[in-house]
Design a protein around this ligand. Structure first.
Ligand SMILES: Nc1ncnc2c1ncn2[C@@H]1O[C@H](COP(=O)(O)OP(=O)(O)O)[C@@H](O)[C@H]1O
Ligand SMILES: CC(=O)OP(=O)(O)O
Ligand SMILES: [Mg+2]
Length: 410
């Protein structure tokens, strides 16, 4: 067991912020010192509710790995916090930042949490069934362990909140928007915002003057069009089910599909939505896995359905990026991020090859080179349309927001 860290008393780290990203099948945590943004600890619990559940923490150069077979969110959360507090003096934690996926129109800025706000986030669960319930579980556990300090929610939807109505409204009766809030909200906003700012800096331009297409490709996938510092359109909609092909989510389907399958199979609407959320996408097509690494290996080894799933993933991504270009008029760069976007050079190549009408061509060597440790261009110097790989850092971005809430004068 590593020595406990007591940074507060040494005066070195004074503003530790704990970030919790409690997701559908994983929990990620980070402890970040602000305003330096130094990463002090990083932890993750993966494959929750499945046989291979595991937990890992990296704290001050020391690594801990634990196997927690079948642990659910609750068990994993408790274990992660216990492991962290065995290594970091929790009285030095100044505030906790929570990633919350759906904030609808109610939450468009980082929001300090109290019982009423938590109840409102919980009430939005039907709009993000894989995410908001897990977010709330994380919030409750953390508040129990760390009472008396600020807990702040940072919403995936917030960065997209000012999308123009031509992008945010569906062509359905307008009163559905007024009565039920039926509109496109968009997600992964913290990530799109973070990588877009980094891209502007690599391009040597002001963020506010850039027009960018960003592709966040993780378990959930979305692309966004960012103009003059704000999101002007994105592929996810009212829920995180719309848009691109994802690990287990279908992305766009014909709106007539629910009725058709309900009649054909006798499934209820809720059951069909569940299949579209949990058994579709890469997993549904390949019949093998939702994990891009596994599929690329299987495709390489001759699995035709894995290859088809990869093919559909890239085609749909390219088609969406081309569509989003309409929102920008001029495209200054395309940015890949998220686990797949950062690491899968093959996916980047297969996607960009289908965007030749924009005059974009990859530099094969650079495309192979860039990954999590090396942000940068994967097109030749002077390319008409630069393409970049940028490692996202939702945790750092959330820490900035939380710090802005608790220390507004800085
Ligand atoms: N080296 C790699 N090659 C291809 N895909 C990868 C690689 N590393 C991670 N991935 C993929 O990234 C996805 C997970 O992305 P991540 O951003 O970590 O997800 P989450 O949405 O849970 O944060 C998985 O499909 C995984 O297979
Ligand atoms: C909104 C969303 O899809 O999030 P994630 O990629 O973490 O599942
Ligand atoms: Mg993610």
């Amino acid at each position: 067991m590593a020595q406990q860290i007591h940074y507060g008393s040494s005066g070195v780290f004074t503003s530790m912020i704990l970030i919790i990203n409690s997701g559908s099948s994983s929990i990620k945590m980070a402890v970040i010192d602000m305003p330096s943004e130094s990463l002090l600890a990083e932890g993750m619990a993966e494959r929750l509710g499945e046989p291979g559940t595991s937990l890992s923490w990296h704290v001050a150069g020391d690594t801990e790995r634990l196997s927690l077979p079948g642990a659910d969110h609750h068990v994993a959360m408790e274990q992660m916090l216990a492991s962290l507090f065995g290594r970091i003096d929790k009285t030095n934690i100044l505030a906790v930042g929570h990633r919350v996926v759906h904030g609808a129109e109610r939450f468009i800025a980082p929001t300090p949490l109290n019982d009423a706000v938590i109840a409102e986030i919980e009430a939005l669960s039907h709009l993000a069934p894989l995410h908001n319930p897990a977010n709330v579980l994380g919030i409750r556990a953390a508040r129990e362990h760390l009472p008396g300090i600020a807990h702040v929610a940072v919403f995936d939807t917030a960065f997209h909140h000012a999308m123009p109505r031509r992008a945010s409204l569906y062509a359905v009766p307008y009163h559905w928007y007024i009565e039920y809030g039926v509109r496109r909200y968009g997600f992964h906003g913290t990530s799109h915002h973070y990588v877009a700012r980094e891209a502007a800096s690599l391009l040597g331009r002001e963020f506010a003057d850039c027009r960018l297409l960003t592709a966040h490709l993780g378990n959930g996938c979305s692309a966004a069009a960012i103009a003059d510092g704000v999101s002007v359109d994105t592929t996810m909609g009212m829920t995180p089910l719309e848009g691109l092909v994802m690990g287990t989510r279908s992305g766009d389907v014909d709106p007539g599909l629910h009725d058709f399958i309900a009649r054909a199979s006798g499934k209820s609407l809720a059951e069909i939505t569940d299949v579209l959320n949990r058994q579709s996408g890469l997993l549904g097509l390949s019949g093998r896995s939702n994990d891009m690494r596994t599929l690329l290996e299987a495709a390489e080894a001759g699995d035709e359905m894995a290859a088809l799933a990869v093919d559909i993933f890239c085609y749909r991504l390219a088609k969406s990026l081309a569509g989003l270009a309409v929102a920008l008029g001029r495209v200054d760069a395309i940015v890949f991020t998220g686990g797949i976007g950062e690491h899968a050079s093959e996916i980047r190549a297969k996607t960009v090859q289908q965007l030749t009408m924009f005059g974009v061509a990859l530099d094969t060597e650079r495309n192979e080179l860039h990954g999590r440790q090396s942000n940068g261009f994967i097109t030749m110097s002077g390319a008409t349309l630069p393409v970049l790989v940028i490692a996202t850092n939702e945790e750092a971005m959330i820490a900035r927001y939380v710090y802005g809430v608790i220390c507004p004068e800085e």
